[in-house]
Design a protein around this ligand. Structure first.
Ligand code: SF4
Length: 188
């Protein structure tokens, strides 16, 4: 098993000691970097530096950085959540490692999205249903993962199905988590 034992430390986020969340750093007993290009393919990593052996992903609201002997996780409620996330990561790392011969390694970083690219696929009515004043403001928040695509309810109407699928593919290709049901559902 590639990732077996680890030691977990809970740390406060830098420069924000009043933060409601904590970070965690797991020091792992073996060098796990050989699996990084495969993990990058499976998890659609946000950034990958093959030379430095650093893989960063965004998952369930956490920024997760893998280094050869360390995994850092941000925005955790407490140690209990840190342990749950680490257990999930341990399973993913080990399953990916066991399936390496069936996975095409990916040595690339994802393309960083711009608000203007997202805006092209929004209904552009500035209807404020998403809670933002304009579609552009929504696209700005979306690109920073501060909002959720489902808040634009208009986009989930049948008439915007093509735009929605294009936008979801764009988000997915850039390392955003997009549940498969979003590709199908229509709100009417
Ligand atoms: S709900 Fe959609 S269409 Fe309406 S303002 Fe927000 S992003 Fe624009």
């Amino acid at each position: 098993m590639l990732l077996n034992e680890y030691q977990l430390r809970i740390v406060l986020p830098e420069c924000n000691f009043s933060a409601q969340t904590v970070n965690a750093i797991a020091t792992v007993s073996k060098d796990i970097s050989p699996v990084f290009p495969y993990l990058n393919a499976v998890l659609k990593g946000f950034q990958y530096n093959d030379q430095e052996k650093i893989l960063t992903i965004k998952r369930k609201g956490h920024l997760i950085t893998f280094r050869p002997r360390e995994i850092a996780i941000t925005k955790l409620e407490d140690e209990k959540e840190a342990r749950e996330v680490m257990e999930e990561l341990r399973q993913i790392v080990n399953e990916t490692d066991q399936n390496r011969e069936h996975i095409k390694p990916d040595y690339n970083s994802r393309k960083e999205l711009k608000s203007s690219e997202i805006l092209k696929f929004l209904p552009k009515t500035n209807c404020k249903e998403c809670g933002e004043q304009t579609c552009f403001a929504f696209s700005y928040k979306l690109v920073r993962r501060e909002s959720d695509i489902t808040k634009c309810t208009l986009l989930f109407l049948e008439q915007h199905q093509e735009k929605r699928k294009s936008l979801l593919s764009l988000l997915q290709g850039s390392g955003y988590e997009v549940p498969e049901e979003h590709f199908k559902s229509d709100s009417n």
